[in-house]
Ligand binder design. Sequence first.
Ligand code: ZN
Length: 532
Amino acid sequence: MGLYSETNRAKAVQRPNGNLSEENECGDDGLLRLLLLGYNLRFVFSEKGRRVVMHELRLHNTLSGKTESFVPLRAGEVKMYTCGPTVYDYAHIGNFRTFVFQDILRRYLKQRGLKLTHAMNLTDVDDRIIANAAAARLGIREYTEKFAREFFADCKALSVETPEYRIRATDHIPDMVQLIERLQKKTFTYESEGSIYYRIAKFPEYGKLSKIDLTGIQAGARVDNDRYEKESARDFALWKAPKPGEHFWETEIGKGRPGWHIECSAMAMKYLGETLDIHTGGIDLAFPHHENEIAQSEGATGKPFARYWLHAEHLLVEGEKMSKSLGNFFTMRDLYGKGYKPSALRYALASVPYRRQLNFTFDGLKQATSSVERIRNFADRLRQGKFPAGLTSGMKQRAAKALNDFDAGLADDLNTAVALAATFDFVREANIAMDTGSFGQEDVAAAQEFLAAFDQIFAVVKDNDAEKLKELGFGAAQEEASDAWVESRLAERQAARQRRDFAKSDEIRKELADRGIIIEDSKDGSVRWKRK
Ligand SMILES: [Zn+2]
């Protein structure tokens, strides 16, 4: 269930880009409605029946080179494909920059009430996998299984949602063969020494995504590698004849194995149809991989393959390109081993808008840790604090403004920096209001509603880092104290204090501290607690 309830959504008029029109039951406030319309805003209802606004969603499309209004092919539905990892090693933080961006996009589309079908492949056959598996004297499946499993575990720790379809290339060889046969019939292919190549001269639009210059490219010049530079734009392999000792499949088009590019075309179209709404990946995939996907898919179908292409920029580490030789190459686990939490990593990766280069630094990671802490403290305070009865002037409107600004940021090509600024402005102002006694008990709901909307996207409020690290094999063996146990110890401590038994009360404080629970006595007599 998204922020916007199913029942209320049904009452509203669905617009093609997932915005809900204002032609619903919000006629009680004509002036506000006119004002909002002037800013091209739309009303929807939150779960609690309050009215909130959604802005027009605009996304940067690599294909057009422009930021465009996002309008799905079928109103209210989005078909999205993302290129998953090549499972020949652990995924690193550069990979996860892209996967976290895709997760933010996923979550935001759903928050807007769009019905999302998202497919992500696992590349479990390519040049590197074939070579590594052979070197390890393992079958391809055997070799990739471990890295696939570890990738899923890393996603889970980073709260990256599982796409509707998470599929493996090697489970789709017949689909790839069929697609190659389609291309053969339309004479997009030719054979050479048992391999089948795509003839790029036959597809005049080749290069339209990455805008490469094809002048001077010799017809018939071929490239066999799955990955290559722009300078070697050539006819590429769809199907590769096996080298001696290499793994191969026996198929209608001969013995061999698929090229990397054909797998994404075949799987995307199988699960999402011949025209997708969104195709995403890291910017390094735009050429040759995505260019080749377009040539294959559009060559076969004659229809546009993907309508919006979204690419995440590179990640740098302390200002330098990440590489094993520079010693600045990190997997998620490397960072957990240094004591950083999954929530801080997710936050750090999500906080820089996806089209900006992300300079990953340890200072930044420390800041991310304290930002997450601030949000969690605020959530605790809302849950556990005692506030004066009633509603205070302005706080409800302030929460509505925060929600509006948060949505405006994300609707503007997923500007997470703006969305986070809106969040922290609100947290700061609400904290000040609480400190000065001008936050009422009835303001809690609006603030919590905002926080829920924030967390549908950023997913860091729940304090479950210890649990996640334990699942990955890090962290203390001690069982985490349950909320109920903490509450009962606190009640006992409160009773001890009332009878002025301070020795007992100190003893309980220490017992809680030993279990990682920090307690704070506030001036109004209430007690707040949190996990370290
Ligand atoms: Zn792909």
